[in-house]
Unconditional design. Structure first.
Length: 86
């Protein structure tokens, strides 16, 4: 699918307030992670990249939320059906 990766308003705010770095190269890698998830039939994916976590609706090519490495400690992530580690 050539669908452009989108960010929900919530995710965009999280990336900004949590100061999660996302360069153009990082954005391309994240987009590739979504393509991998889609290729495996994953609908709601956890994508781990560069110490950050992105919850993505792969079926809609939309980042739903994002967390930095310090927020991942002692967390349980639910409502996903697959994980892509980049």
């Amino acid at each position: 699918g050539g669908q452009q990766l989108a960010f929900s308003k919530h995710a965009a705010g999280r990336i900004e307030t949590r100061e999660i770095p996302l360069s153009q190269a990082g954005l391309e890698r994240l987009t590739e992670g979504v393509r991998i998830a889609q290729g495996r039939g994953i609908q709601d994916a956890l994508i781990l990249m560069d110490g950050s976590a992105f919850i993505v609706s792969a079926k809609n090519s939309t980042v739903v939320t994002a967390m930095n490495s310090s927020e991942l400690k002692n967390k349980v992530i639910t409502n996903i059906d697959g994980t892509v580690i980049l």
